[in-house]
Design a protein around this ligand. Sequence first.
Ligand code: ADP
Ligand code: NA
Length: 327
Amino acid sequence: LADSRVFSGIQPTGVPHLGNYLGALENWVSFQHQYPLVLYSIVDLHSITQPQDPEQLRANILDMAASLLACGIDPEKAILFQQSQVSEHAELSWILGCLTSMPRLRHLPQWKMKSKQKSEGSVGLYTYPVLQAADILLYKSTHVPVGEDQVQHLELAQDLARIFNHRFGDLFPEPRTLLSSTRKVKSLRDPSSKMSKSDPHNMATISVTDSPENIALKIRRSVTDFTSEVTFDPDTRPGVSNLVTIHAAMARISVEEAVSQAKGMDTGAYKSLVTEAVIQRLTPIREEIERLRADRTYLESVLLQGTQKARELAAPVLKEARHRVGF
Ligand code: ADP
Ligand code: NA
């Protein structure tokens, strides 16, 4: 573990939702204590693969910084920085892109999912996984926490490390996937799909800054089924099981314990119990985000310091990569 380096990134989508928190950020917080060097990047270069309003993007970057800090990312333990401020990412991405073929990228999930929503996707969206590989390799990262949907992108990063090393001599360790969590939080309105920022249904997603009243309303309106008893069976009872997942995660208890606490309750009463657990965990986070949002100078200084630390690590690696390539 002494030489381990953890890298992960999150797009500046504004304030995270419960799925982001339980599926990614909660784990990010614990990695800070487990690994000697941890980098978390707000990946704004990735976010412009889809159209962004500049003012909104700027606000979303600061909101994401405030949210990460409020969720427990400690800038003394993790390097928290804004991707676009470390220009080495874009430059290494170019080098790696020249080692990748077009067919290698065609079947990767980001392109497949997002390009068909529009008639044409951007070149940036197509090469998104190459930039992701650059993000990782630039810090000689050894461990990369990702969701299941990103595993194929990690494989590209591993391939590119191998291809570069084979062509130009060993430089990059092959990064290992840390499946951050198998916990999937589902949409409250359509439990067959995951909770997502882009969920088309109203009231399907709980943001970490939702008010207690809003949380209560969303959970009360969440889709369950016609059986009133609470059981955990994601295949046949996805709605109720999603509530059990959320309850267990928020109360930091096992699924079995959550189900046993629900004994004798119908799903209506259980929703109140789940609501309490969610409110209890999210209230301090929401209050901290509100406090940090009012302190823009502090947020900017955290990002600036993180950026400086990231650059110090990135610069010599890119310099060596450039040299190997022949620049
Ligand atoms: P979204 O789908 O809302 O745009 P992202 O794809 O940007 O979220 O995901 C950011 C991180 O949060 C990733 O690590 C991803 O695996 C995790 N994540 C997103 N949605 C969920 C969910 N519903 N359940 C668990 N983890 C999730
Ligand atoms: Na997404």
